[in-house]
Design a protein around this ligand. Structure first.
Ligand SMILES: NC(=O)c1ccc[n+]([C@@H]2O[C@H](COP(=O)([O-])OP(=O)(O)OC[C@H]3O[C@@H](n4cnc5c(N)ncnc54)[C@H](O)[C@@H]3O)[C@@H](O)[C@H]2O)c1
Length: 395
């Protein structure tokens, strides 16, 4: 009654079943290859199957089917665990391609150092060739895998070319850092259109161009990822001298919040970096101001540059800041504001907003009417989006 077995095939009734069974298990192990635990489980199941086949009288066909189903189930479970982890943040950076605007200096260079140390291959893109050259030297000394691209973030065609070049050199981007930015200060009522156009163009337009270039590619690649847009603490406060800068950062903050909502279903996390003071070269921003936006209402002279350099010299080290960014990406945390001194001002700012609201229990009838209207609109919106854009509404 018993089956006499050799390793390559049982003799008797189910002669020849073990061979396809082994092949099936190898296929299952290959299917599960992205998870060490699932591969181990597949192989353990195979071994258990062989032992049972040898000592029990179960038909090899049944054992083969059970082992195969079991090992694929292990793979599916491991895959689900992996997706759940990605939804709650990114854990493994090794080999991932990171594209960093403003990567030649300051916060962007700090991100390049930190994320390459975590295993990323980094592309640094910057308008200043001298910054790129120095940054590449520094990064190569740290044994980073780095590629530099000269890029003005306001140039959309050049951005697309930079994305193509990145894919040719390293492959598809999974981490995008829209970090490039400029600042110039002065009494707001003296500002010119050129002041607005330059600063809004780089600080907000650059972030928009980065996302317009890479978001469709990241979605098409289908591996999820993460985007970090650099705003500022100035995205929450505004005063005359930093008026345009703050407006550009309010805009970055707003579009970043909205993009987080848009990209969650694609497993792409989004964070908004809001630094207070970083030890960088931002006092030199004026050097990259283009000739076609040269008419300024502000006078940036040596005295002002020296005052700015002095204050930024006491800022947080860019690499330390990038360490906070890395932790935030791991946790898929939206706000990155590692400055304890920001609390008081933010509390006061949000209190002023909340103080402007009427009491919660006032105008009950109006509240209910508006609430119902909003619910109805949301449902209609979800139906329209599903029909027009094949977008599934979130639960
Ligand atoms: N330094 C601070 O205290 C501080 C505070 C809050 C927010 N930030 C923000 O941090 C970001 C990085 O600035 P940083 O402080 O590291 O300054 P930085 O000047 O050291 O670095 C910015 C880099 O961006 C590059 N750049 C400027 N215009 C560009 C353009 N059009 N295209 C491509 N690259 C361009 C510059 O050449 C420079 O290498 C900016 O968005 C800035 O607004 C800085």
């Amino acid at each position: 009654m018993g089956h006499r077995c050799s390793f390559w095939g049982p003799r008797g009734r189910n002669r020849g079943v073990a061979k396809p069974w082994c092949v099936a298990l190898i296929l299952a192990a290959l299917y599960n290859r992205r998870s060490t635990s699932a591969v181990t489980s597949s192989l353990a199941l195979a071994l258990l199957g062989l032992i049972l086949l040898t000592i029990c009288r179960l038909p090899p066909a049944l054992l083969a089917a059970l082992s195969l189903i079991g090992s694929i189930a292990m793979g599916l479970l491991a895959n689900r665990r992996r997706v759940q982890k990605r939804e709650s943040g990114m854990e493994d950076f090794s080999g991932k391609v990171a594209f960093i605007t403003g990567g030649g200096s300051g916060a962007g260079l700090g991100q390049a150092k930190r994320f390459s140390a975590a295993g990323c291959r980094v592309v640094i893109a910057d308008i200043r060739q001298d910054h790129l050259d120095q940054a590449v030297d520094a990064l190569r000394k740290l044994k980073a895998q780095v590629h530099a691209i000269a890029l003005d973030v306001t140039d959309r065609a050049a951005f697309a070319r930079a994305a193509d070049e990145t894919e040719r050199v390293f492959g598809p981007v999974e981490l995008l850092f829209n970090t490039a930015g400029v600042s110039i200060f002065g009494p707001l009522e003296r500002a010119t259109y050129d002041d607005y156009d330059w600063m809004m163009g780089v600080n907000f337009g650059g972030v928009v161009n980065g996302m317009q270039t890479f978001v469709p590619r990241m979605i098409a690649y289908g591996r999820g990822g993460h985007i970090v847009n650099t705003a500022s603490l100035g995205a929450f406060h505004a005063a005359s001298v930093a008026g345009i800068y703050s407006a550009s950062k309010f805009a970055v903050h707003g579009i970043t919040l909205a993009m987080r909502d848009a990209l969650a279903k694609h497993n792409i996390g989004v964070s908004c970096l809001c630094p207070a003071n970083i030890r960088t070269n931002i006092a030199e921003s004026i050097r990259t101001r283009p000739a076609h936006f040269s008419h300024s209402g502000f006078q940036v002279d040596d005295e002002e540059m020296a005052a700015l350099r002095e204050i930024y010299s006491h800022g947080m080290e860019p690499e330390e800041l990038a360490g906070h960014v890395l932790e935030a990406v791991k946790k898929n945390q939206f706000y990155i504001i590692p400055y304890p001194e920001a609390r008081k001002g933010l509390e006061l700012g949000f209190k002023a907003v909340l103080d402007a609201l009427p009491p919660e229990d006032s105008d009950r009838e109006g509240q209910a009417k508006r609430h119902q209207a909003m619910l109805k609109y949301r449902q209609a919106r979800a139906t329209m989006d599903e029909r027009k854009y094949a977008l599934k509404a979130k639960g």
